[in-house]
Design a protein around this ligand. Structure first.
Ligand SMILES: [Zn+2]
Length: 310
């Protein structure tokens, strides 16, 4: 079925920006654009205009980049420039105000401080085995059979499965964060502040993108993983703080957004409506109510699968 949708992108890699799950090179990005057809990509302004008039064609595509990552600016923007293309950039604001987003820091820490992911897993399990959760960790992983956990994900290794099991079913988020923070604190060669500088863009990058015809949109303040589970007041605060930050930097109110982790409910849509947002994007192609805040997107990994690359 042909319908208009956005291409959703996150991490890019080069000599400066390390590899990590799902990261692609500038050449791979160019291959994706070629595969999808450069002529099918509308600029973000054009997409907004057609969307508002309900005139999007089934073959229409747009490029979207989530999470305000510096690798997007340094690796992806030049590729788009070479095609004369512009994109939607969905930006969460907390990281512009000196905060950090732990999951992104952990991903970076794993990538730059361990030769490969199995080295990281070994260090992680060692840290856990030296922690106050040692007995629980040992008891709950005794007899753990990786073959039966997350068996639908054929590309996971045994260690991938054990790590995810321990993170999600033994530790839970708070204790998982605690273990990761301990590992980072024990590593004198890693600075969270330095990592943040190489991970996220600054206001100047947003201004430059805006000047070049890209469109900067909302993506919440602190990037909660389950926006739809928050109270209406909390959601209001998330999007209002994000809205004020972007309005101040760009000099006019943001008209677009994407839902962090694809999580939202009817309160979210009401909050966006109150803020005067024109259109929003989901994080997948699945059928939805197809309101103006639910335009579909496809992850680049799926496109690469179709290309036979993954
Ligand atoms: Zn996001």
């Amino acid at each position: 079925m042909q319908k208009p949708y956005g291409l959703m992108l996150h991490h890019f890699k080069d000599e400066k920006h390390p590899d990590g799950q799902g990261a692609i090179t500038s050449d791979q990005f160019a291959d994706i654009i070629e595969f999808m057809g450069p002529k099918n990509f509308l600029g973000p302004q054009e997409w907004i205009e057609r969307a508002i008039k309900d005139r999007l064609e089934p073959s229409d595509r747009c490029i979207t980049l989530d999470d305000a990552l510096l690798c997007q600016y340094e690796v992806a923007a030049p590729v788009m420039e070479s095609y004369g293309l512009t994109a939607f950039w969905f930006v969460y604001s907390s990281v512009f105000l000196g905060n950090i987003e732990p999951l992104e820091i952990y991903r970076y820490f794993r990538s730059v401080r361990y030769p490969d992911i199995d080295d990281f897993y070994t260090a992680f399990f060692d840290q856990l085995d030296a922690s106050e959760y040692r007995a629980e960790f040992r008891a709950k992983t005794e007899g753990f059979n990786p073959a039966t956990y997350l068996s639908g994900f054929s590309f996971y290794t045994d260690n991938d499965r054990k790590f995810r099991y321990v993170r999600d079913h033994v530790l839970g988020p708070t204790r998982y964060f605690e273990i990761m923070d301990q590992m980072i604190a024990n590593d004198a060669g890693f600075s969270v502040q330095e990592a943040a500088k190489s991970l996220w863009m600054s206001d100047a990058h947003l201004i430059d993108l805006d000047r070049k015809g890209h469109v900067i949109g909302l993506h919440s303040f602190s990037h909660p993983t389950a926006m739809g589970a928050l109270s209406r007041e909390k959601q209001q605060e998330e999007y209002t703080r994000n809205y004020h930050h972007l309005s101040n930097v760009i000099g006019r109110p943001p008209m677009t957004m994407s839902h962090p982790c694809n999580s939202y409910n009817s309160d979210t849509l009401a909050v966006l409506d109150n803020l005067g947002v024109e259109i929003g994007f989901r994080a997948n192609l699945e059928p939805s109510n197809a309101s103006r805040y639910e335009y579909p997107r496809d992850d680049h990994a799926h496109v690469m699968q179709k290309m036979g690359l993954r």
